[in-house]
Design a protein around this ligand. Structure first.
Ligand code: HEM
Length: 488
């Protein structure tokens, strides 16, 4: 059976989509969970600009399942370990992604793995999985080390840089080379500022809800489409040159070009484009934010930096990690810092879904066709699960403590059949960038910098991460002696 993609969403006109949502909401056969269900522009704005306090406040008042009216419609939120497990694992089949309130992402990514459901999702995932097997990921270490070392060469002590932008460009170069075998310095790639284009496309999701409804020239939607078209040129050029030359490598693009069904049907250029676009988006934005958030916290915790540097001193050879150290995550201090960063700032902070049938959870009914979300960000901030959740404490993820967490408590990579397919790749990349950066430099935040978080639709530092670069030996020596005295 040929791999046929889903039909387009019924209502691609945003006004028709809103009317359709309202009709379905009115036709609900069971009540929505309790919550704030009257229209409020202020709440809609808060949800777009600062959702975490809004969700935590509603959790306090209503418990693990509640409804908030956001823009035109009721949206159900389910928070906490049991809720995460319910949506992602035990009852995953009752939820679709495609018609969730993030459906506008289809305008950028098309029908790639993230935005599809059911049998098409299962079969597409089967095609992609070999590209993410351990040995394939291991083959990417060299590219990651090479690209990171090259990017570090550009830095000198005393520099002031935006670590977020620096990492974003690095992560895109790594994604291009390791995932798609694309030369970021080649003619086609150089003609396209992929990082800038993603920034432009995704800014759609940080614009006002009402503006997102508009179509036509100079609207946020037009900017998204324009950026998508430019990125398309890069992707289609590579697809056609690989088809023409027959050249294949160890990358995912090669895998997609050669994938075929039992009856010999291969993927169309459009299907390949959608998967590549999805992986480029999901594969650089999340890792970039994680690195930025990690170094934000480290800048506030020199005692943790000292522990990381002490670990490097005792375990790295000539200041360089081995591929197996990076793959296994055996630098245990770094691993805990990494886990705690993803607890406090999980970039893919919300799992958008739409219910298929009505269901019950924690004593509340939820209609079929309702917008339902889980949220790692809010779930990771519940004080009954993570005491003093605003404190950055890597020791929460010491092996025994991590093993004792309830099922579904910690879900930075989602769960079940939609668990992040790039998890190992992302982990390896972040370990590589963090280890090499820490082995060379210490970073302090630019004076007066205050972290503000935007969602677009992943979370990231709204104003980047301006830092000052210091040679490591300079600060490191003092800190290492501090770490030593701590351990006496
Ligand atoms: C720190 C890094 C990353 C984090 C925290 C992260 C997080 C997530 C989460 C939470 C989901 C599930 C979303 C949901 O349930 O709706 C997801 C899905 C996905 N991620 Fe990641 N991700 C990361 C890195 C990557 C990388 C590097 C890639 C690609 C190379 C990638 C590709 C994907 C794809 C394709 C999906 C959709 C999977 C499916 O539905 O079958 N991610 N990611």
């Amino acid at each position: 059976m040929a791999l046929v993609g889903p039909s387009p969403l019924l209502d691609t006109n945003p006004f028709a989509a809103v009317l359709g949502d309202l009709r379905e909401e009115r036709g609900a056969t069971v009540p929505f969970p309790p919550g704030d269900t009257r229209f409020s522009l202020a709440r809609t704005r808060r949800f777009a600009n600062d959702p975490l306090p809004l969700l935590l406040d509603a959790y306090e008042r209503f418990g693990p399942i509640f409804t908030l009216r956001v823009f035109h419609g009721n949206v159900v939120f389910m928070l906490g370990p049991a809720a995460n497990h319910y949506i992602t694992v035990s009852h995953a089949a009752n939820f679709t992604w495609r018609e969730s309130h993030f459906r506008d992402l289809i305008g950028l990514m098309g029908d790639g793995l993230l935005t599809i459901d059911g049998d098409f999702h299962r079969r597409s995932r089967l095609i992609m999985l070999p590209g993410f097997h351990r040995e394939r990921i291991a083959a990417s270490v060299d590219v990651m080390v090479d690209e990171t070392s090259r990017a570090l060469e550009e830095l000198t002590a005393g520099d002031r840089i935006d670590l977020y932008t620096w990492t974003r460009r690095l992560a895109l170069r790594i994604a291009m080379r390791a995932l798609f075998g694309l030369d970021p310095d080649g003619e086609t790639a150089r003609a396209v500022d992929a990082a800038g284009l993603f920034e432009q496309a995704l800014s759609f999701f940080s614009s006002e809800y009402a503006l997102r409804m508009l179509r036509g020239p100079r609207t946020p939607w037009a900017r998204l489409q324009q950026a998508a078209r430019s990125l398309d040129r890069l992707i289609y050029a590579e697809i056609s040159s690989r088809r023409a030359s027959g050249e294949r490598g160890e990358d995912i693009l090669s895998l997609l070009l050669d994938a075929s069904d039992e009856d010999g049907t291969t993927l169309t250029d459009l299907q390949i484009r959608d998967e590549v676009m999805t992986l480029m988006f999901a594969g650089h934005d999340t890792t970039t934010s994680t690195v930025a958030f990690m170094f934000h916290e480290l800048a506030h915790h020199p005692e943790i930096v000292a522990r990381l540097q002490a670990e490097q001193d005792s375990q790295l050879v000539d200041g360089l990690p081995t591929p197996s150290q990076l793959m296994s995550g055996e630098l245990s201090e770094l691993e805990m810092v990494f886990d705690e960063t993803l607890r406090m700032y999980p970039p893919a902070w919300i799992g958008p879904r739409r219910s298929v049938e009505a269901f019950e959870f924690a004593g509340c009914s939820v209609p079929g066709r309702a917008f339902v979300n889980y949220s790692s960000w809010a779930s990771h901030h519940l004080p009954d699960v993570f005491p003093e959740p605003d404190q950055f404490r890597p020791e929460r993820f010491a092996p025994e403590a991590k093993a004792a967490l309830p099922k579904g408590a910690y879900v930075p990579f989602g769960g079940g059949s939609r668990t992040c397919i790039g998890m190992r790749f992302g982990q390896l990349e972040i370990r590589t960038i963090a280890t090499l950066l820490l082995s060379r430099f210490t970073l302090t935040l630019a004076e007066d910098f205050q972290l503000e978080i935007r969602q677009m639709p992943t979370i990231s530092p709204r104003h980047g991460l301006p830092v000052v670069v210091h040679a490591r030996s300079h600060l490191g020596a003092a800190q290492r002696s501090l770490a030593h005295s701590d351990s006496l």
